[in-house]
Design a protein around this ligand. Structure first.
Ligand SMILES: [Zn+2]
Length: 145
């Protein structure tokens, strides 16, 4: 039986997901909600380590409310998240509220997209991009299994 580790969209606890069953049927061992929601979660200092530990690549949008391009990009990010979960997981990180995390990854321009897998940054780019290019870029990244 093959399984992978990813976080619960509701309580952010790490879960083992059995790959032989449809991912939409997976439930969290702790809170019993569906493990995978199709909308991005909010990354915070409290849940960050659990999010990035995922075997499934996690795409994090580093943004801020004062940043026009970030706000313009938000609907694209949400739409692609709905389309590509759980092939990828998606989260948003407010760089004003989570300035420690923004500093840790030396975020200088936003929006910045960082993709994490098993605790490591595996890809990074900055600037808003259209959905087609966003998808294309993600397709170049490794799969979870
Ligand atoms: Zn849960």
């Amino acid at each position: 039986m093959s399984s992978i580790i990813t976080y619960c969209s509701h309580c952010y606890v790490k879960n083992r997901m059995n790959l032989s069953r449809p991912p939409q049927e997976a439930r969290c061992g702790r809170c019993h909600h569906p493990l995978i929601d199709l909308t991005p979660v909010v990354a915070t200092d409290a849940n960050f380590e659990a999010l990035i530990a995922s075997d499934i690549p996690v795409v994090i949008d580093f943004w801020a409310s004062w940043c026009g391009p970030c706000l313009q990009f938000a609907p694209t990010f949400n739409a692609v998240a709905t389309e590509l979960e759980p092939r990828f997981r998606f989260a948003k990180l407010d760089t004003e509220k989570e300035s420690n995390l923004a500093a840790r990854f030396a975020i200088r321009s936003i929006p910045s997209l960082l993709v994490f897998q098993r605790g490591q940054v595996i890809a990074q780019r900055s600037g808003a991009l259209p959905a087609s290019l966003f998808r294309q870029w993600l397709e170049t990244l490794p799969r979870a299994s």
